[in-house]
Write a protein that binds this ligand. Structure first.
Ligand code: SF4
Length: 273
């Protein structure tokens, strides 16, 4: 079906149509921006008919830049032993949350590298302290690859790690590390992150515990539009499963283009994607 027919079908129907994978690829390949935006707005009104739009104020805290995963597109991490590594102290993290509280914020997204020198107790004590001292702040902490890293250090399963962190006061997981949930792309740019199923599995474990999660998507690795749609399909399928259980699942979706400055991926591609 041509893009115009797909958009017409969306806008002329009172029922909520779900786009097929083929529909999505056609829209990605051929639909002009403005008709696409108009159809998206129509769809938004179908879901949320009022004009009320909400937002929250949150803060990203990158507690450590030590990482052993070496993603090619990452300009943030430093390998263990590098003289530019850092790990923030509890006091520094508290200080950042105090600044957030001062402006009425309600959530932190705390993510860092996979730092093998941090013991599980460091994470548990941190979450307990933060919960105790900042009770109004939702603690969305540690992306799936960090949870996998903690599991490796502790010899626990990722699910057990999540249970313990939740008991300590963690509210949810940020969505870092999804990038492109397509095996070939992932193997090329972050092979140590493993198969896309890893990210989805850890997220599912968190979701089944009732933790809030976010989904993300990084574009610009040389992937096809079909790859991008494959990523969306996998997120949507998981969301369908989890929402059937009345759990929060993914509560946000954030996409952005890969940054090419000062990382291996950018140099490899001579600053182009
Ligand atoms: S896991 Fe995260 S911090 Fe580590 S290299 Fe990859 S993107 Fe960077």
């Amino acid at each position: 079906m041509a893009w115009s027919q797909i958009l017409e079908r969306v806008k002329s129907s009172n029922t909520i149509w779900r786009l097929s994978v083929e529909d999505c690829i056609e829209l990605y390949d051929n639909a002009p921006l403005h008709p696409l935006m108009a159809a998206a707005h129509y769809r938004r009104i179908q879901h949320n008919p009022t004009n009320e739009v909400t937002y929250l104020v949150d803060r990203n805290i990158n507690y450590t830049n030590v990482c052993t995963i070496n993603c090619q597109f990452c300009s943030f991490y430093r390998p263990p032993g590098h003289d530019e590594t850092y790990t923030q102290s509890y006091d520094e993290i508290h200080g950042r949350i105090h600044e957030l509280e001062d402006i009425g914020g309600s959530r932190i997204l705390m993510q860092g590298g996979v730092n093998p020198s941090l013991e599980f107790d460091w994470y548990i004590k941190l979450i307990k302290e933060l919960k105790d001292q900042h009770p109004s702040i939702d603690l969305d902490c540690f992306s799936p690859i960090e949870i996998e890293g903690i599991a490796e250090v502790t010899n626990l399963s990722t699910q057990e790690v999540l249970v313990r962190l939740k008991e300590a006061g963690m509210h949810g997981l940020p969505g870092g590390g999804a990038e492109m949930l397509v095996e070939d792309v992932r193997k090329d740019v972050s092979p140590k992150k493993g198969h896309p199923d890893n990210w989805l599995r850890v997220m599912k474990e968190a979701q089944l515990l009732g933790l809030t999660t976010s989904a993300t998507n990084v574009i610009g690795f040389g992937e096809t539009n079909a790859d991008r749609v494959q990523h969306l399909r996998r997120i949507r399928e998981q969301q369908d499963e989890v929402r059937k259980l009345n759990l929060p699942g993914f509560t946000s979706f954030i996409a952005w283009p890969v940054q090419l400055e000062t990382n291996t991926f950018g140099k490899r591609n001579k600053g182009q994607n």
